[in-house]
Design a protein around this ligand. Structure first.
Ligand SMILES: Nc1ncnc2c1ncn2[C@@H]1O[C@H](COP(=O)(O)OP(=O)(O)OP(=O)(O)O)[C@@H](O)[C@H]1O
Length: 460
């Protein structure tokens, strides 16, 4: 994936880890590897060896990993810093994330885990290169996100915004489709004109045509005066038709005409009005299914779907959850007049493992509720809605959580799952996990993992 060699710098006071790292990574020709035994020598080395990615241990004598991270970011903001940490320092790891670490890896690490993290960064860097200045920020207009899926989305918005193309935004409810539409408008030459959002599902069949296209005086009972519709209001600007899958057949025909001819008539009118309004629409429905059921016109679909963007569900970009929690925490502190400073790592872990059917909207509501209920300075699990307080089911979308398993609780879950898969055979489980059998045994003990309610003995 990388176009050139990526320079890594590994900082760890333990020589054994430095040599494992070199052994694992030097085989991979995409990387050049240097190591340092402490923070000050890492910083000195960076003066001549400009690393792309620094992986630093968290707990080190003298300068700790967070100070190394902060110092690197101060001097070289473009360097990605990954933190390596033992299982017992989850709280510190969360602090590192807040200080700007890209992510963190639990020690002992294995080659696959390192590879996965580094590939994520390589992908991220490629996208950054396309517009370094803008994408280094963690938000794009009002959209917050740092996951590669979000960077791809930002890139898509950046590309299509200056065109006049009709855009169809797809994605589950609460994934930010309206924010995407706003971002397209804000990045277009229409930005100084109106952005008019319309929730089509909220308009009754009898009202929708007049709401969109306006009506003439006397067009129907109660139409006492001529009224212009949303399309005319958005002249020169953008209309955002949300829940487009819900518009009635009659409106579909009128909309098709706007798209094909650029004209419409007000309800009860005869005058043909020319429109200069960009159309962006969104749906969380299966439009292809609606087409085969003949409730949505295929010709309209083709016209709307000139360019399509997809908003990824939150469960597929869990690395954005800590970032969004922070953004919402600040927002609701301000709105409610509170001073909640942080979130307990156990609660954050649970938030990262939850499936978020209502996506970012649900997360925002959950944080708002937690800020309201929080009496102190730290959000805890009990301040969140009850569905978040239940431990996540082990098998449900296990692979997804495995992908985002950085915190101890998820590590324990991974271990439990592998043990079950291997019928609690410690040697085989340790092999799969890529750790020594003794390490696995001590992790089982420290996490209190039990087989049928009993701690496993060494010879299971
Ligand atoms: N990436 C994001 N960053 C920050 N806030 C977000 C993001 N995505 C969504 N939100 C917030 O979540 C809420 C829901 O977003 P929005 O209304 O854009 O979603 P939607 O996909 O249009 O939902 P629906 O399909 O239900 O209309 C809003 O409060 C929005 O500000």
């Amino acid at each position: 994936m990388a176009e050139k060699t990526t320079r890594l710098l590994y900082v760890d006071d333990e020589a054994a880890y430095r040599s494992i790292f070199c052994r694992e990574m030097r085989e991979d020709k995409r990387f050049m590897v240097e190591t340092a035994a402490d923070g000050p020598s890492a910083l000195r080395l960076l003066e001549s060896y400009r690393a792309d990615i620094v992986l630093t241990d968290l707990v080190m004598p003298g300068m700790d990993g967070i100070t190394v991270l902060q110092e690197i970011h101060r001097r070289y903001p473009e360097i990605f810093v990954l933190i390596l940490t033992g299982v017992n320092s989850a709280q510190e790891a969360v602090r590192a994330m807040k200080a700007g670490a890209y992510d963190y890896i639990l020690k002992p690490f294995d080659a696959a885990m390192l590879q996965m993290q580094l590939e994520k960064i390589l992908h991220h860097r490629l996208l950054l290169q396309s517009n370094a200045r803008e994408t280094q920020e963690l938000n794009f207009e009002h959209l917050v996100g740092q996951d590669p899926a979000m960077f791809e989305l930002f890139e898509g918005i950046r590309r299509i915004a200056p065109t006049n193309a009709t855009v169809l935004i797809r994605g589950e409810s609460g994934t930010g489709k309206e924010l995407i539409a706003e971002a397209i408008h804000a990045r277009s030459s229409r930005r100084d004109k109106m952005f008019v959002p319309v929730n089509c599902a909220a308009l009754t069949e009898s009202l929708i045509n007049s709401a969109l296209f306006g009506h003439e005086k006397g067009a129907f009972t109660g139409a006492a005066a001529r009224q212009i519709g949303f399309f005319e209001r958005a002249t020169g600007g953008t209309i955002f038709l949300d829940e487009i899958g819900d518009i009635p057949q009659q409106t579909q025909v009128s909309l098709l005409r706007v798209l094909e001819l650029g004209t419409f008539q007000r309800v009860g009118g005869t005058e043909t009005i020319q429109v200069d309004t960009r159309i962006i629409c969104a749906t969380n429905k299966d439009l292809e299914g609606a087409i085969s059921e003949k409730t949505f016109r295929q010709d309209l679909f083709y016209r709307l779907n000139v360019v399509s963007l997809t908003a990824p569900p939150l469960r597929e970009r869990t690395s954005d959850i800590p970032l969004l929690v922070n953004v919402f925490l600040n927002k609701f502190n301000r709105q409610i007049g509170k001073e909640v400073a942080s979130i307990d790592p156990v609660a954050l872990t649970r938030l990262c493992a939850y499936r978020w059917p209502g996506n970012v909207r649900e997360l925002s509501n959950a944080v708002e509720r937690a800020v309201v209920f929080c009496p102190g300075s730290q959000l805890r699990l009990e301040h969140f809605p009850t569905e978040l307080q239940k431990p996540p089911a082990v098998d449900e979308d296990f692979s997804l959580r495995l992908h985002t398993s950085n915190l101890p609780e998820i590590e324990a879950e991974v271990i439990r799952k592998v043990l079950e898969d291997k019928q609690w055979n410690l040697s085989r489980a340790a092999e799969v996990l890529g750790i020594a059998r003794g390490t696995l045994y001590s992790k089982i003990k420290s996490y209190g993992i039990e087989k049928n309610g009993h701690s496993p003995s060494v010879d299971i």
